[in-house]
Design a protein around this ligand. Sequence first.
Ligand SMILES: Cc1ncc(COP(=O)(O)O)c(C=O)c1O
Length: 414
Amino acid sequence: MDSFSELLGARHARLYDSAIQDMIELVHSSGALSFTAGEPSIDLMPEQDLRKALFKAFENARELMGYYHDSSGLVELRDWIAEWTKNEGLLPRHLNWENILLTTGSQEGLSLFTEAVIDHGDVVAVENPSYPEAFLAFAKEGASIEAVPIDDEGPSTEALENLASRGHVKFFYTIPCFQNPSGSVTSLERRKEILELAKHYNFLILEDDPYRNLWFEEAPPTSYISLHENDGRVIYLGSFSKVVAPGIRCGWIAAPEWIFKTLHRLRVATTLNLPAILHLGLLEFLQSGGFTGHLEQLRKAYRARRDGLVEALHKHFNKSEFRFEIPKGGFFLWGEAPGLKDSDSFVKFAIQNEGVGVIAGKTFSPYPAKANEGAIRLSFAKVSPEEADEGCKRLKRALSKYMNLTQEGARTNE
Ligand SMILES: Cc1ncc(COP(=O)(O)O)c(C=O)c1O
């Protein structure tokens, strides 16, 4: 059987397993209390309304069970997205439904865009830390991934300029609102500076924005794509995964004309068509009048979960044991246990010994071998304040035990 594997194409050697998926699987099979998954909890999904809306779609438009005539997706949903994002000031006025390509979530958007622009060896600049499944999509096409650190205002312009001036960066991948994993928000000023750099060094910007609507104190600055300094080089990815339900697999790419047709052709080549009947159900839900209230409810619920986690961390850890920034939106809290030397082995230890799951920070680094070993990501999206208290108690015990063990080990080896 092994001789057949020789027949695999060169691409297979560039693929690897997702460390986050592996951790989620491990947490699932061990039944551990989990701070791992970056997804909404079932109780915060609009189950009743969505069920009604889907039922209505099946009743009224059975013909959508067939292939839909336009492989970019249901026109009415694309129109709704274009109008919604324009009204929110997130999409430039000159773009419309014909610039919206529905996707099976942002992940497909990442993949299609990368296929459209990357040749083997091209450089993609990414924030460090950043979303590792995006690295997978870039690696699949043979991109070389280079890191740009993040400061209080967002990605460092100095580092990005340094990189861009040394060679050709094809695109900069950014998650400007409540970034996964750091929770960081890029300031408006910084967005404009980065756009200026992109124009100067002629690279594209891939704006991945699934957490924008989940703000707790104030709405984040407007999108790169809508800035009047944008000359058509920004491609925007949106998603309903974090604000409706990831299982319906629906997101979108907002893309200018120069790239749209290529994205459309890639879609036909890879997926052929999309589930228009599901999209009609989603549209029914979005138009039913409850969506704005649903978003408000989500903000309130996730803010309470964020507060629960912050309180529990303050209760169980002092600053020298675990320090962190308080996120202002999204799903993630990014922290550091300064004494921790090997977060990869610690997170497995924590699951096996204390039944608590977190993700090692190095998972989010494009250079894991050089990453901060003490960094850890905690997702509060599915964790009630009570569970957060229990989870942090376990995490503290796990950390103390692990540190003692590794320090003992180091002493014995001396
Ligand atoms: C930054 C970011 N982009 C994209 C995705 C993919 O989301 P989906 O494909 O469900 O829209 C995620 C999911 O966690 C994410 O955090």
